[in-house]
Each structure stands twice: as C-alpha cells, then as structure tokens.
Design a protein around this ligand. Structure first.
Ligand code: HEC
Length: 93
C-alpha cells in the first residue's frame, strides 16, 4: 500500500514537470501541419498582413481549413494563442 501511494505521488510529480517544461501544444500543431505552403518565417515578415488579434484568429481559421488539418476548436485556439504569444503579441480584445 505504501508503495502504491509512493508510485502515485511520483507519477504526479513527473506529470507536473513534463507539463511545465514541455513544448506549447500549439507549437507541436503548427510544426506538424502548417509548413506545406510557408514556414514559420512568415510570422515575422515585415510586411505582415495581420494588424490585430481578430485578424490573426481569422487567418489561422482560414489556413487551418486550407491545410486540411481537421483541428477542433480547442486546437485552433491553442495555435492562435501560441502564434500570438510567440510572434504577434497583439492585445487581446
Ligand atoms: C494551402 C497553403 C497554406 C497552408 C497549408 C497554410 N497556410 Fe498560412 N498562409 C498561406 C498563404 C498563401 C499566406 C500569405 C497570404 C498573403 O500574403 O496574403 C499565409 C499566411 C499566414 C499567416 C499570416 C502571416 C503574416 O503575418 O503575414 C499566418 C498567421 C498563417 N498563414 C498561419 C498558418 C497556420 C497556423 C497554418 C496551419 C494550420 C497555415 N498557415 C497553413 C497559405 C497556407
């Protein structure tokens, strides 16, 4: 019984650490679905077509559709968050 409690505690700690050091879930999605037409350099190009958070949302939805990745709403939102946190830094409306 003691062993079981210890094992559960240990797995909990390992789980929390992976959660903290792991990659952003949105990064994994972008890196595996979004490089057929452009790479990640497009998010930092000087003549970006995006000026605001809603435009970023619309663009990700458009490109997700074009990529045929078939993400659900949670995955789309993770990618919008990831691109905004890492690249665009638009204020959220
Ligand atoms: C079918 C081809 C295609 C795929 C697949 C694709 N994109 Fe795009 N994406 C484009 C094109 C083309 C542009 C540039 C549009 C323009 O310049 O008007 C673009 C532009 C963008 C931009 C705006 C860049 C900027 O700042 O100007 C973002 C953000 C973006 N894509 C995100 C994504 C994401 C996220 C995915 C994966 C779900 C993805 N794209 C997959 C074609 C694609």
């Amino acid at each position: 019984m003691k062993n079981l409690v210890f094992t559960l505690l240990l797995s909990q700690i390992v789980f929390v650490q992976i959660g903290q050091t792991g990659e952003h879930p949105g990064k994994v999605l972008v890196d595996s679905n979004c490089q057929q037409c452009h790479d990640n350099d497009i998010y930092t190009r000087s003549n970006s077509i995006l000026q605001s958070y809603p435009e970023l949302q619309a663009r990700v939805e458009f490109c997700e559709n074009a990529s045929k990745a078939h993400w659900n709403d949670d995955q789309i939102n993770q990618v919008i968050e990831y691109l905004n946190d890492s690249y665009y830094k638009f204020p959220k409306p």
